[in-house]
Design a protein around this ligand. Structure first.
Ligand SMILES: Cc1ncc(COP(=O)(O)O)c(C=O)c1O
Length: 404
């Protein structure tokens, strides 16, 4: 008989790179979860902007079950119908002409960065290899992506970092003007910084980056791993900004909980990822592609996207009401259902202390850095769950205030 796993098994059997909460959820439905003891939670975390349709949404469950009976995996010596349908669907809905499928956000960004370097090499030669990124940005945990990311703590202690990477200041176009020139191959940016603290780009900043890239024949890469697939209220955030990139990366919500990622690009750029230049055994896996296709088709509808805007307003109203009573937040910001509440100076660094209190009250939330409480719930979270989740959040915050 196998024993029921416990939280202490994590410490015993798993490498210590995470420190999960004590509760172990075993079942989810919509925006509610239940742990091993049957305690119920409202989910404002959404698997860090992954469970865009909540837990076990029937559209995704049906797609998974249907494909599970047909074909799971072939590897890229063959192609498969779900991967082809997904690629076509993404092309038809976006600026892109071509798609590379992979398994995660980090992998999508790794592919984007390699493509940008290779494209510049093909068209301009070896010198044009510099990548411009931004302080506080986050692009994944592969060694290339932590090096491009703007949080040095993630790349320190692992030996020499790849060269040719420079960092400007987010939302500061002048800082980029000083860094970009004919040797720049790409600028990589999140339209809204996620891990860096839920900071939307100014529209003028993204427009300016587009112009600087064009003037220097550099590629503009939008990392929409966290902002993509309806999260901000459009299929991709770039659509709200009216600035199209040359390469876009997407993952997280793309599979609604099934691991999948994609890099989208144009016919001008795609040929540089020629035969044999890059690849992944699981990329374009039939099961993952079938679920992602169902997620994209279900989310990219007026009903879901307009619902995101309505829920954004509700989240803001609730957070402002809580703040009027308890005065803990300096600012509530974000787009769609990626919302950050930055703590006041008196509560500096204490956003993370809210999480265990919220868990005790029956709410799952997130932080983005130590000072910003982050919420990335299901895009279709019912109003009743928002209200109940906020009541639980208020109780957690009242305890934080009492403990200050
Ligand atoms: C903007 C952004 N890019 C890339 C990643 C990395 O994605 P993954 O963890 O799927 O590799 C993340 C994850 O948080 C992210 O927020």
């Amino acid at each position: 008989m196998t024993q029921t796993p416990t939280r202490s098994d994590f410490d015993q059997y798993m490498v210590p790179n995470y420190a999960p909460q004590k509760a172990i959820p075993v079942r989810g439905e919509g925006s509610r979860l239940w742990d091993q003891q049957g305690k119920e939670y409202i989910d404002f975390a959404g698997g860090i902007a992954v469970n865009a349709l909540g837990h076990c949404h029937p559209v995704l469950v049906d797609a998974l079950k249907d494909q599970a009976d047909k074909l799971w995996h072939l590897a890229n010596v063959y192609t498969n119908e779900p991967a082809l349908k997904l690629a076509r669907s993404l092309v038809e809905r976006t600026f892109a002409d071509k798609v590379y499928l992979c398994n995660s956000g980090g992998e999508a960004n790794e592919a984007a960065l390699k493509l940008a370097r290779r494209w510049a090499y093909d068209h301009h030669g070896e010198r044009k290899n510099r990548i411009v990124s931004f302080g506080k940005s986050f692009h994944g945990r592969t060694f290339f992506t932590v090096s491009v990311g703007g949080q040095p703590k993630y790349s320190q202690g692992f030996g020499p970092v790849p060269g040719g990477i420079v960092h400007g200041d987010f939302n500061d176009l002048d800082s980029v003007r000083d860094l970009i020139d004919a040797d720049t191959c790409a600028v990589m940016v999140e339209p809204m910084q996620g891990e860096g603290g839920i900071i939307p780009a100014d529209p003028e900043f993204l427009k300016g980056l587009r112009e600087l890239c064009d003037a220097n024949d550099a590629l503009l890469i939008f990392d929409e791993v966290q902002t993509g697939v309806g999260r901000t209220g459009s299929l991709y955030a770039y659509m709200q900004y009216g600035v199209a990139p040359d390469i876009l990366t997407t993952a997280k919500a793309l599979g609604g909980g099934f691991p999948v990622g994609a890099m989208l690009t144009t016919d001008r750029v795609a040929p540089s990822l020629g035969l044999g230049t890059h690849g992944s055994t699981y990329g374009g896996n039939a099961l993952a592609s079938a679920v992602a296709l169902a997620a994209v088709e279900h989310i990219d509808t007026p009903e879901v996207l307009e619902g995101v805007a309505k829920r954004h307003d509700l989240f803001r109203e609730h957070l402002e009401t809580i703040n009027r009573k308890h005065g803990v937040f300096k600012e509530v910001r974000g787009m769609g259902l990626l919302i950050g509440a930055e703590m006041r100076p008196e509560y500096e660094g204490r956003a993370k202390d809210i999480l265990p209190l919220a868990i005790e009250e029956g709410l799952m939330a997130l932080v983005a850095g130590p000072n910003v409480l982050r919420m990335a719930p299901s895009l279709v979270i019912p109003e009743a769950d928002i209200a109940e989740g906020m009541a639980r959040l208020e109780r957690a915050i009242a305890r934080l205030v009492a403990d200050q």
